[in-house]
Design a protein around this ligand. Structure first.
Ligand code: NDP
Ligand code: 2IT
Length: 453
C-alpha cells in the first residue's frame, strides 16, 4: 500500500525508534498517528513550525517504582509499578491502570499515547495517561490483591490528585481494585475526593460507568451501521474477551437483536451456534466477576455451547458480519483478518485498545471492511469517567438516564468527528484517518496556545 509523505514519515519514525528502542507497541501506535498526521502537517505548516508531533510523542513524565508486598505464605514479592503522564494539553492526566504480567513500559506508553487522542475525541477536558504494574491478579486472594493495591498506592498517591491525574480501571483492574486503591489514597492524603474513577456507587461512583465502554462501543457501531443504511438486527457478531468491555457490549447487542457468536479468554473461545442468550451472559458475568473462573466452564454448564481450547475467536466456524475484539493489543493479526474476510466480515470495531495489528488494519481497509479504531470506538469508558469527575466536583449523582443520554450523545459526536475528518468525496469513510486527525487537531491547537511547555 503506498502512503503519502512516506519519506517524511520514515524519517520521523527513525528518530522515534532511535529514542525508544525495543518499544514495539509504542512505536506501532506512533506510526499509525504519524501516517495520518504527517501529510496533514505538511499542508498546515503551523504544526510543523511548532514541532508538534515530536513534542507529542515525548511523555510529559514517566514514573516507575518498586511495589513490594507480602503474599499469603509470608514471602516478600516485588512488582514494578508505572504511571505514564503523557499529555496535559487539554486537561489533567486521565487514563486507566492495568495489572497484568505482560505490562511493561512499551505497552503503557502505547496506551497513554492512544489515550491522548481518545480523550480529545470525547470533547471533555481530559489529558492522556496510563499506568499499572506487572502484577498478575489471577490466583491471588482478595487479601493479596488488597496488599498489592495498598503498596502500589503508597507510591502513586504523591503523583496524582483530582486536579493532576485521575486513574481508573483497565485489564485486571475493576471495582475491587479501585476500592482498595481509593481506600489507601484516602488514608494517605486524609482527603475524600474523586481522584479515581470507576468507584462504587456508594462512595462517589457514577451510574453507567461499568457499562460505558461496552455500551459506547455498540453506540459507535450503531452509527457506523446507520451510515451504511443498516442496523444490528440479525447481525452475526464475533467478540473476543469476557471482561468488562465484552460483557456490556454483548448485553447491548443482544438488546438490539444482534447475534453474538463467540466470547473468549486467554485460554480459548466459546462458540454459540445460535447466539448467546441473556442466561449465558448472566452466567459468564458471575463466572468472570465473582468466581474469577475460565470461559471453558460455560461449555461445561450449557451443552449448546462449544469450547475451543487455545484458539482465538477469529477461527470461528461460520459466517460473520461484524467483529468486535474486546481483549488485548495485537490479538487479531493479518491471517485472522484474512479468515474473517473470507467469512464475510464487513464491520470491525475495536472495543479493546489496538487489538488489530497494523497489517490486519491495512487488509481490512484494502478490502473495504469498515474499520473503527479503538481511540474512537471504545472512548465511552473514559467519557463516562469524565462524567463521574463532573458529578464528584458538583458533589451530586446524576440519574442513570441522564448519564446514558450524555454517553450516547458523546459517542454520536465522536462518530460525527470521524466522518468530518475521514470522509472522501465519494462518501467513503476512513475512520482511522478521521479519529486521528480530529484528536490531533484539538490537542495540537491547545499545545500551540500554551507555548513551549
Ligand atoms: P478485563 O480485565 O475486564 O478483561 C480482559 C479480557 O481480555 C479477559 O477476558 C482476559 O482473559 C482477556 N485477555 C487479557 N489479556 C489477554 C491476553 N494477553 N490474551 C488473550 N486474552 C486476554 O479488561 P477490560 O474488559 O476492561 O479491557 C479489555 C480491553 O479493553 C483492553 O484492551 C483495555 O485496554 C480496553 N479498554 C477498557 C476500558 C475500560 O473501561 N475497562 C476502556 C477502553 C478500553 P483472561 O481472563 O484469561 O485474562
Ligand atoms: O483505555 C481506556 O480508555 C480505559 N481503560 C478507561 C480509562 C478511564 O480513565 O476511564
Amino acid at each position: 500500500m503506498s502512503i503519502p509523505c512516506e519519506s517524511e514519515i520514515n524519517a520521523f519514525m527513525e528518530e522515534v525508534e532511535a529514542k525508544n528502542p525495543n518499544e514495539s507497541e509504542f512505536l506501532q501506535s506512533v506510526r499509525e498517528v504519524a501516517e495520518i498526521t504527517i501529510p496533514y502537517i505538511e499542508k498546515h505548516p503551523v504544526y510543523k513550525e511548532a514541532n508538534i508531533l515530536y513534542r507529542m510523542v515525548e511523555p510529559e513524565r514517566v514514573i516507575m517504582f518498586r511495589v513490594p508486598w507480602v503474599d499469603r505464605t509470608g514471602r516478600i514479592q516485588v512488582n514494578r509499578g508505572y504511571r505514564v503522564q503523557f499529555s496535559s494539553a487539554i486537561g489533567p492526566y486521565k487514563g486507566g491502570l492495568r495489572f497484568h504480567p505482560s505490562v511493561n513500559l512499551s505497552i503503557l506508553k502505547f496506551l497513554g499515547f492512544e489515550q491522548i487522542f481518545k480523550n480529545a475525541l470525547t470533547t471533555l477536558p481530559l489529558g492522556g495517561a496510563k499506568g499499572g504494574a506487572d502484577f498478575d491478579p489471577k490466583g491471588k486472594s482478595d487479601r493479596e490483591v488488597m496488599k498489592f493495591c495498598q503498596s502500589f498506592m503508597t507510591e502513586l498517591h504523591r503523583h496524582i490528585s483530582k486536579y493532576t491525574d485521575i486513574p481508573a480501571g483497565d485489564i485486571g483492574v475493576g471495582k475491587r481494585e479501585i476500592g482498595y486503591l481509593f481506600g489507601q489514597y484516602k488514608r494517605m492524603e486524609n482527603e475524600f475526593t474523586g481522584v479515581l474513577t470507576g468507584k462504587d456507587l456508594n462512595w462517589g461512583g457514577s451510574l453507567i460507568r461499568p457499562e460505558a465502554t461496552g455500551y459506547g462501543t455498540v453506540y459507535f457501531m450503531v452509527e457506523m451501521l446507520k451510515k451504511a443504511k443498516e442496523d444490528f438486527e440479525g447481525k452475526r457478531v464475533a467478540i473476543s474477551g469476557s471482561g468488562n468491555v465484552a460483557q456490556f457490549a454483548i448485553e447491548k447487542i443482544i438488546e438490539l437483536k444482534g447475534k453474538i457468536l463467540t466470547v473468549s479468554d486467554s485460554s480459548g473461545y466459546v462458540y454459540a451456534k445460535d447466539g448467546f442468550t441473556t442466561d449465558h451472559l448472566k452466567f459468564m458475568m458471575e463466572l468472570k466477576n465473582k468466581e474469577r473462573g475460565r470461559v471453558s466452564e460455560m461449555a461445561d454448564k450449557f451443552s449448546e455451547l462449544e469450547y475451543f481450547e487455545n484458539e482465538p475467536a477469529w477461527n470461528l466456524p461460520c459466517e460473520v458480519d461484524m467483529v468486535i475484539p474486546c481483549a488485548t493489543q495485537n490479538e487479531l493479526d493479518e491471517q485472522h483478518a484474512q479468515n474473517l474476510i473470507e467469512k464475510g466480515v464487513r464491520f470491525v470495531g475495536e472495543g479493546a485498545n489496538m487489538p488489530c495489528t497494523t497489517d490486519a488494519v491495512h487488509l481490512f481497509q484494502e478490502k473495504k471492511v469498515l474499520f473503527g479504531p479503538g481511540k474512537a470506538v471504545n472512548a465511552g469508558g473514559v467519557a463516562a469517567s469524565g462524567l463521574e469527575m463532573a458529578q464528584n466536583a458538583l458533589q451530586l449523582s446524576w440519574e442513570r438516564g441522564k448519564v446514558e443520554e450524555k454517553l450516547l450523545f458523546i459517542m454520536k459526536n465522536i462518530h460525527a468527528q470521524c466522518v468530518h475528518y475521514g470522509e472522501d468525496k465519494h462518501g467513503e469513510i476512513d475512520y482511522v484517518k478521521g479519529a486521528n486527525l480530529a484528536g490531533f487537531v484539538k490537542v495540537a491547537n491547545a499545545m500551540i496556545d500554551q507555548g513551549a511547555v
